[in-house]
Write a protein that binds this ligand. Structure first.
Ligand code: FES
Length: 159
C-alpha cells in the first residue's frame, strides 16, 4: 500500500496535531491585520503630528547654526527649523532678529512680507511688526523672540 498524499502533514503522527489549513489561514489573517495596522498608523501619525504644536517637538538647548550671514539680505528674512521649532530670522540694518514663526492665533506658519517689512499670517491675515508685536488681526499676542547672534560669519539661534 503506497501513500499518494504529497502533504507533509502526518495524520498518524500524534505529535503533529496542527491543522495546516487553519494554520495557513491564521498566518494570512495575521499578515493582513499587521498590514492594516501599519496602514492605519501611517495615516494617523502624520495627522497627529500636524495637530501637535511644532514648538513642542524636539529638544531645546544650545546654539544652532542656521546659515551664513550673507544668506539673508538686509530687509529680508528666512524661516528655519531649529530643534523642531519654526523660527523666522530677519535681517535688519542693525543686525538679526529671531522670532517664533508660529502664529499665536491658531498656529499657522507666518511669512515675511518684504515690501511692508511685516510678518504676515496667511491663515486669518494676522500681521506682526519686525519686533513680533501684533499689528492687526486675531493673534492674541506677539511672536516670542529667540536669542540670535553671529559667530564667525554664521547666524546662531537658541530656542
Ligand atoms: S492662525 Fe494666524 S491669524 Fe489665525
Amino acid at each position: 500500500m503506497t501513500k499518494e498524499n504529497n502533504s507533509t502533514h502526518d495524520d498518524q503522527n500524534p505529535s503533529c496535531k496542527i491543522n495546516p489549513e487553519l494554520s495557513r489561514r491564521d498566518f494570512i489573517g495575521t499578515v493582513i491585520r499587521i498590514g492594516m495596522l501599519a496602514t492605519l498608523a501611517g495615516m494617523v501619525y502624520p495627522a497627529l503630528s500636524y495637530l501637535a504644536p511644532i514648538t513642542k517637538r524636539g529638544p531645546a538647548g544650545g546654539l544652532s547654526d542656521v546659515g551664513a550671514v550673507d544668506d539673508i539680505a538686509v530687509g529680508d528674512a528666512k524661516k528655519v527649523i531649529v530643534a523642531g521649532s519654526a523660527v523666522m530670522i530677519i535681517r535688519t540694518a542693525q543686525g538679526f532678529k529671531a522670532l517664533s514663526a508660529v502664529c499665536t492665533h491658531l498656529g499657522c506658519l507666518v511669512g515675511w512680507e518684504k515690501a511692508r517689512q511685516q510678518i504676515v499670517c496667511p491663515c486669518h491675515g494676522g500681521t506682526f511688526d519686525i519686533e513680533g508685536k501684533v499689528v492687526s488681526g486675531p493673534p492674541p499676542k506677539g511672536l516670542p523672540p529667540h536669542d540670535v547672534s553671529v559667530i564667525n560669519g554664521r547666524i546662531m539661534v537658541k530656542v
